[in-house]
Design a protein around this ligand. Structure first.
Ligand SMILES: [Zn+2]
Ligand SMILES: [Zn+2]
Length: 283
C-alpha cells in the first residue's frame, strides 16, 4: 500500500489533471485492503471434472457467480465506498445520496444483491428501477465484492499454470482481460483479468478479443515520451488493449498506471478503436 501511495504522488506530480481520480482510487484501495484483512470466505472445492474440462475443453475453473463472498464485509465496504464517493465529485455525491435514501427506505436489498455476486443484469435492473446511474451503482457494488473475489482467486492460483493457458479469457473465471503486461527483459506478455485479477501468459502477437494472430493486422503505438505505455490495436475487430511495459517501469499497480494514461485511450478512440473492457474508474 505504501508503494502504491508513493507512486500516486509521483503520478500526480507528472499529470496533475489526474489528481482527483488518483486520490479517489487510493481511498478505495485502502478501504478494500482494510476489508481484505479480516475477510471470511468459504473454501472453494473444485470438482475433478472441472479441471478436466479446463484442460480438455478450455472452460474456466469457475464462473463469476461461483466466487464465495463475505457478504457482511462486502456490505460494510459498500457503506465505506459510499462515504468516499460523496467526497469524490458532485455527480457521485448526488448518486450516493439517492442510494442511501433507497437503502433507508428498504428499496434496495443490498445483501441479496451482493450475494448474487453483483450480477450485472440485476444491478442494472435495480439501478433502472430507482433511476440511478447504473455505472456508478455497478462500480460501488463491484468494488465492494472485489476483496472476496480476489481472495477466491488466490485460493485457485495453485491449480493453474499461468504460463501455459495462452487464451484470450481468464482460466479462473472466464472473464476478458482489461490490460496486458510486458515483463522481464525478453518482454513476456501477460493478460490481467478484469474480474478476479489473475494474470496469465499470452503470445506477443495476439488479440485477446478476437484471437487474431496475423502480424499484418496487429499494430501498436506508444505514448509520446512514455515508453512504458503502449496501445495494442487490432485491425480485425477494431478493438484495442492497453499494455503496461514493465521493462520500462518499476513494478507498480497496473490499474493505477491505466488511470494515469487516459490520454492514450482518447487517442485510440480518435483512431476509431474501441476498448471492450473500459477503465472502470473513468467510464
Ligand atoms: Zn478472472
Ligand atoms: Zn481483435
Amino acid at each position: 500500500m505504501e508503494k502504491s501511495r508513493d507512486r500516486i504522488q509521483q503520478l500526480k506530480k507528472k499529470r496533475p489533471k489526474y489528481g482527483e481520480i488518483l486520490e479517489f482510487y487510493q481511498k478505495v484501495k485502502e478501504a478494500q485492503a482494510q476489508a481484505k484483512a479480516s475477510l471470511i470466505i468459504d473454501p472453494i472445492t473444485l470438482k475433478k471434472e472441472w479441471k478436466e474440462l479446463l484442460s480438455k475443453e478450455g472452460f474456466s475453473l469457475i464462473q463469476k457467480e461461483d466466487f464465495p463472498l463475505d457478504v457482511e464485509a462486502s456490505a460494510k465496504l459498500f457503506q465505506t465506498l459510499c462515504k468516499i464517493g460523496k467526497d469524490a465529485n458532485p455527480h457521485m455525491a448526488e448518486q450516493v445520496e439517492k442510494i442511501e435514501e433507497a437503502l433507508n427506505n428498504k428499496k434496495i436489498d443490498l445483501k441479496n444483491l451482493l450475494k448474487e455476486g453483483g450480477k450485472e443484469q440485476r444491478v442494472e435492473q435495480v439501478a433502472n428501477e430507482l433511476g440511478l446511474d447504473g455505472k456508478v451503482f455497478s462500480f460501488l457494488i463491484q468494488n465492494s465484492i472485489k476483496p472476496s473475489i480476489e481472495a477466491g482467486m488466490e485460493q485457485l492460483r495453485s491449480e493453474l499454470d499461468p504460463e501455459t493457458w495462452l487464451k484470450g479469457y481468464c482460466p479462473v473465471c472466464g472473464s476478458l482481460p482489461s490490460l496486458s503486461l510486458l515483463k522481464e527483459e525478453v518482454g513476456k506478455r501477460y493478460l490481467l483479468c478484469s474480474y478476479c485479477g489473475y494474470q496469465w501468459r499470452i503470445d506477443r502477437l495476439f488479440c485477446p478479443y478476437c484471437n487474431n494472430q496475423e502480424q499484418g493486422s496487429l499494430q501498436y503505438f506508444y505514448g509520446e515520451r512514455e515508453e512504458a505505455y503502449r496501445i495494442d490495436l487490432c485491425d480485425k475487430c477494431h478493438q484495442y488493449i492497453k499494455t503496461i511495459d514493465y521493462r520500462n517501469l518499476e513494478e507498480s499497480d497496473p490499474f493505477l498506471e491505466d488511470i494515469a494514461t487516459l490520454h492514450l485511450d482518447l487517442l485510440a478512440s480518435q483512431k476509431g478503436y474501441k476498448r471492450p473492457i473500459p477503465n472502470p474508474w473513468t467510464s
